[in-house]
Write a protein that binds this ligand. Sequence first.
Ligand code: FO1
Length: 320
Amino acid sequence: MRITVLAGGVGAARFLGGLKRAAPDAEITVIGNTGDDITLFGLRVCPDLDTVMYTLGGGINTEQGWGRADESFTIRAELDAYDASPDWFTLGDRDFATHILRSQLLASGQPLSAVTEVLCRRWQPGVRLLPMSDDPVETHVVLSDEAGRRTVVHFQEWWVRMRAETPAAEITAVGAAQAVPAPGVLDAIGGADLLLFPPSNPVVSIGTILAVPGIRAAVAAKTVVGVSPIIGGSPVRGMADACLAAIGVATSAAAVGAHYGPGLINGWLVDEQDKAAADDPALAGIEVRALPLYMRDLPATTAIARAAVDLALELARGQA
Ligand code: FO1
């Protein structure tokens, strides 16, 4: 069985841990969001790719959900001694090594997909990890003050420094419209038996991947099951509500399912608290199933992933 997953960071990485257990014989390809990528101190940092790679490879800081386990911060302290900015994004020493090597390989002319393959040779994540594109795409956030003055910040500055507390007037994936899917991406979608959307941010993770020309149409042609990142009106993790507000979508499992719509997804898993979504006319044409969706531990996460695969197989059979 070939399963392709569109992935953001922490939520996707945890879901994938469960998916590997739920479908141990499946060939899993992960298409990672690169809109969160940022260049800091001359180094290219790819938070979502690294979060998936470290989590599945056993190197993640499990409490934080991002960054390396057993981390030290000597380089950061030295940068602070120089008053080097930005000081709001913490990179640890072990993590720095990844960014140094990635940047060196990129500078030598290798595309991000090839560089990611090199990094994964060490981590052996047990999935094929592809960036959505080799072309640079960066998510920017437009902020507007009371006087209507607009400023634009990188997504990471809004997310990490500002904790997404200032409402976003607009969120744009700069470069997405000109980007080309990375080698293997469209084949991994077209050749998949089923596609899954983990409980990732629908705007800045899944939405950004879908913004790369060709990806949305390829996904829409397949059987897709999504897992709601919203439970009982709140994001399971992170500040997805701030992103949804920017595109005028309510923070509810039903609204996010309807935002994807029946043209894109065939099945939608919601938490038991949100089971009323099954009768919501906004979700007509989408098969909605309610089950416990908190990814508390590996057994709970495996059960969620199994439910997603089972629903996708059931829907694919119905379509055949
Ligand atoms: N998130 C934070 O809240 N603060 C940080 O200092 C921070 C550093 C960081 C370094 C490497 C990395 O791969 C991720 C990091 N993150 C940090 C997480 C990241 O900014 C976001 O959570 C994701 O980009 C959103 O998916």
